[in-house]
Design a protein around this ligand. Structure first.
Ligand code: CP
Ligand code: NVA
Length: 304
């Protein structure tokens, strides 16, 4: 029986705590195991990537395994071979599959037909590995999320939806400031609201007020490039600048999953300033994904 990681609620709160402890042990050099010795990870990228590609590839190697980078230019999936067939065939060769693609349903389809763990490396709906890395960064720099307030400023996109899933599982306060028409997924939002204080506002200052964490992302995600101009108009006033950061707690940290557009969703003074933790955040991709792979593909089984 194998387990997938398609969304943060795939792990229980206790499993998440164990995962972050393992990731932190890896970060601090306290973990030196090779649970992926003799194992391989297939990495399917239907969209571009710097962090996800490099951190999964290096992380697999550090755990004793081997990773294959598969782009649509190279594999038959890009020429129309069904996802289900790709899943069945890859399962005969490899011990896990990481996929980054457009429709979330494609990842669910892959997971349905694969006999090995499937890890979501970003879809239009979710980016769970990134929000695990963000949470590890919050644990590292804010001391955890219990009783803390997280502000999301900008698009109700895959990152916003994964933060909503994290609040649902872990119970912290999450305030999202999104312009009208750019709200997060209503189903995920409604579910989270049954378990945590999660709400959407229109004013970035209202979301940032008293926040422990201020978080943003690009206004046009991958696949939305032609909407860049209309989105720039819709998101006017949503730039995270020093004035907005001043509304948050003086100890607040700034997070951005990267790549960033300085002068659009974030001012250089913030992302390059003293409250920014974006480089630790990027590094933490490596540690959390190693913890996920060790748990799902290796001998470090999650202790529910
Ligand atoms: N944050 C993130 O997923 O970056 P990449 O697109 O470079 O993988
Ligand atoms: N929301 C962004 C995240 C990139 C890591 C996108 O989907 O392009």
């Amino acid at each position: 029986m194998h387990r997938d990681f398609l969304a943060i609620p795939d792990f229980s709160p206790q499993e998440l705590r164990d995962l972050f402890q393992l990731a932190d042990d890896m970060r601090c050099g306290r973990y030196v195991g090779h649970p992926l010795a003799g194992k391989s990870l297939a990495m399917i990228f239907m969209k571009s990537s710097t962090r996800t590609r490099v951190s999964f590839e290096v992380g697999t190697w550090q755990l004793g395994g081997h990773a294959l980078f598969l782009s649509p230019r190279d594999i038959q999936l890009g020429r129309g071979e069904p996802i289900a067939d790709t899943a069945r065939v890859l399962s005969r060769y490899v011990d896990g599959i990481m996929i980054r693609t457009f429709a979330h349903a494609e990842v669910e389809e892959l997971a349905k037909y694969a006999d090995v763990p499937v890890i979501n490396g970003l879809t239009d709906l979710l980016h769970p590995c990134q929000v695990l890395a963000d949470l590890l960064t919050v644990r590292q720099h804010v001391g955890g999320w219990d009783g803390k307030r997280v502000a999301w400023i900008g698009d109700g996109n895959n990152m916003a939806n994964s933060w909503i899933n994290a609040a649902y599982r872990l119970g912290f306060e999450l305030v999202l400031a999104c312009p009208e028409g750019y709200d997060p997924d209503p189903v995920l939002l409604a579910r989270a609201q049954t378990a945590a204080d999660v709400h959407v506002v229109r004013d970035p200052a209202e979301a940032a007020a008293g926040a422990d964490v201020v978080n943003t992302d690009v206004w046009a995600s991958m696949g939305q490039e032609e909407e860049q101009a209309s989105r720039a108009r819709a998101f006017a006033g949503f730039t995270v600048n020093a004035a907005l950061m001043a509304k948050a707690k003086p100890t607040a940290i700034f997070l951005h999953c990267l790549p960033a557009h300085r002068g659009e969703e974030v001012a250089a003074e913030v992302i390059d300033g003293p409250q920014s933790r974006v480089w630790d955040e990027a590094e933490n991709r490596l540690h959390v994904q190693k913890a996920v792979m060790a748990t799902l593909m290796g001998s470090e089984s999650a202790k529910a």
